[in-house]
Design a protein around this ligand. Structure first.
Ligand code: SPV
Ligand code: MN
Length: 620
């Protein structure tokens, strides 16, 4: 093995690798060099020169091109490689393991055979980058060291922006490291994008803590430490009693300089980023959190240090902080936007979009159609920007705290035109996990595939990433809240409630008020009204907060319209959710049915007394 490594790495890279005292890691790398047959291998030791080498290669190989502003580059993924490939993302199942029908899987032996044929010689003509990172801050109980092998300098570059360096961590841990491994190849390229999309495979092996990703470039399929690691971490956490959640982490300012931390899970296009980025508050993370219990409280860290954010709709008015960052010199990768004269354009920005340029379809002009006859938008709806969180003015200095931050509240939010009120606190942990997290749904929008307005079940916004059966995942969440001195309060939010005329009942900025109310609730500083579905704000508190926070007059009519209990809509939701857990989930914890049934009975009793729509006053 030492021979192969010496010969294929060259002296300098060999020495960098050998500084990590772990023969198992050396064997792993030697194996994939032999199998994938890259022309060259580069080992990144996280020095400024090594990281610069990766950036330079991304440009030299044509996977990124520099833009007019210093530090900005653009990357394009193939036209048919613009999102996570759910169909070809599978768990490799050892014999005797069953994840249930909701989770895509393939018998391990069969999957590995398929991969073996795909990966043979797949890196020919390419350079393999060997990179070390950590998920979570350095020197932290939370953190997991990771090794990424990739032949895409774009993927390696993205990871240097999104994750903390890990080379020194691996040197320190040596043979003690318990690490995740990612093997990625973009495969043969045509015009710098993956050619063999039909052989795109993302296979996850939770038994051996390794994920394979082939013939794709899109970040959600390739950036190992993002959604691929998330599946491994959910599985590891399930065995060890901690949680991996698809959650933002943010600090909300309370009275007298107090900061209270919240996590939040929202399916895509439900306001996750805009919540994390709320002006005046502080962001720790926008996508993935690890949560652990310590001394009777829940603590959380951001697994990442950067953001792979959706760029569609980013404009100076709604997203002033991101907008500012995207327009000044900083290390930023724009992906799948429109480029004209070295400037990126995207749907929903302030500027007028040119009628021609270069985008993910190549040379683009307004009206251009794809093979299927669909008009090609100037930027893809899933176009993204990759930037370090420290480039954002609202980045919380505690982002790298190895202890994490104490979590005061957990927020679940979906896109819901007619059921949930804008903000509501659950009765307790179990009620919150079941009626908010495990009941989370989101309505499709014009921006998603398929018909708009269809409700999609997505518990904890984590459905796509579960590496354990759904029922077990819920049970682990329920258990996590036990024996805590101060469990985080659980809230449901809904920014998308509509009136009879079809218009939204709330302004985008109203979420700031809901957060301030939740912050006060965490500290027991405002009262609430107990309804059949949870605790809701009192009118006088919201009136005061709207005045203080937004300088807006909040009318009693608006309050009643927004916070009335919609009994039949709630009952229909309980029917939908119970049906899913009864028929589609084989290991639903019994308590889930009981909690939903109790809620149904409370709703029916309220309807008998007060009718179908009940204003909050009735519950006082
Ligand atoms: C998401 O889709 O939830 C993302 C982007 O954060 S991806 O990396 O594609 O998962
Ligand atoms: Mn995400």
């Amino acid at each position: 093995m030492a021979d192969i490594l010496k010969e294929r790495l060259g002296e300098e890279n060999y020495q960098k690798l050998m500084a990590i005292d772990n023969p198992e890691i050396h064997r792993f790398i030697a194996h994939y060099i032999e199998v994938c047959e890259p022309d060259r291998v580069f080992v990144c030791n996280d020095s400024a020169e090594d990281v610069q080498y990766i950036r330079d290669q991304a440009i030299e190989r044509g996977e990124e091109s520099p833009l007019a502003i210093n530090g900005h580059t653009v990357h394009f993924d193939g036209y048919y490689d613009q999102a996570r490939d759910k169909e070809n993302t599978k768990f490799l199942l050892p014999e005797g393991v069953d994840l249930g029908p909701n989770i895509n899987s393939i018998p391990k032996k069969e999957g590995l055979e398929e991969l073996a044929s795909i990966m043979k010689g797949i890196m020919k003509g390419h350079e393999m980058f060997v990179c070390f990172f950590t998920l979570g801050p350095a020197n932290s109980e939370f953190s997991i060291p990771c090794i990424q092998l990739t032949d895409s300098p774009y993927v390696a570059h993205s990871e240097t922006i999104l994750y903390r360096p890990g080379y020194e961590e691996f040197k320190r841990l040596g043979r003690k490291a318990r690490y995740f491994r990612f093997v990625h190849s973009e495969g043969e390229l045509i015009n710098n994008v993956s050619k063999n999309i039909d052989k795109r495979r993302i296979y996850i092996d939770t038994e051996d803590d390794i994920v394979y990703s082939f013939n794709t470039q899109y970040g959600g399929n390739t950036i190992g430490l993002k959604k691929l690691a998330m599946r491994l971490a959910i599985n590891r956490g399930a065995r060890e009693g901690w949680l991996t959640e698809h959650m933002l982490i943010m600090g909300v300012h309370g009275p007298d300089g107090r900061v209270t931390y919240f996590t939040g899970a929202f399916p895509s296009l439900c306001g996750k980023t805009s919540t994390a980025m709320l002006e005046g508050e502080m962001i720790i993370g926008d996508d993935i959190a690890y949560l652990r219990k310590k001394d009777g409280v829940v603590r959380g860290v951001n697994v990442e240090k950067g953001m792979f954010g959706i760029i569609m709709g980013i404009n100076s008015k709604d997203d002033p902080i991101i907008w500012e960052t995207l327009h000044r010199p900083a290390e930023i990768i724009f992906s799948n936007v429109l480029i004209k004269d070295g400037k990126p354009y995207w749907i929903g920005m302030d500027d007028e979009i040119p009628t021609e340029g270069i985008n993910h379809s190549g040379k683009w002009f307004k009206g251009k159609k794809d093979k299927e006859g669909n008009e090609i938008t100037p930027s893809h709806r899933n176009a993204r920007f990759t930037v370090a969180l420290k480039e954002l003015k609202n980045c919380d200095p505690r982002i790298d705290d190895p202890e994490g931050v104490v979590i005061g509240g957990i927020i679940y939010g979906g896109r819901d035109s007619d059921t949930w009120v804008p903000v509501e606190q659950s009765f307790d942990w179990v009620h919150g996990i079941i009626t908010k997290g495990a009941s989370l749904e989101s309505e499709t929008t014009a921006a998603t595939l398929g018909k708009a307005g269809v409700r999609k079940f997505n518990l904890m916004s984590n459905l796509d990433f579960l590496s354990i059966p759904i029922g077990r995942y819920i049970q682990i969440n329920l258990d996590f809240g036990r024996d805590l001195k101060k469990p985080p309060l659980i809230f449901g939010v809904n920014y998308f409630l509509k009136g009879k005329d079809g218009n939204y009942l709330n302004a985008k900025t109203d979420k700031k008020v809901w957060l301030k109310w939740m912050e006060l609730r965490v500290h027991g500083e405002v009262d609430a009204i107990k309804t059949p579905t949870g605790y809701i704000p009192k009118y006088e508190d919201l009136k005061r907060l709207f005045q203080e926070v937004l300088n807006k007059d909040y009318s009693l009519d608006d309050y009643n319209e927004q916070f009335k209990l919609r009994v039949n809509e709630h009952l229909a939701k309980i029917d939908r959710i119970s049906e899913i857990y009864k028929t589609k989930v084989f290991d639903t914890p019994e308590i889930l049915f009981k909690v939903l049934e109790d809620q149904r009975q409370r709703l029916i009793a309220a309807r008998e007394k007060f009718g179908d729509y009940i204003i909050p006053e009735k519950f006082k």
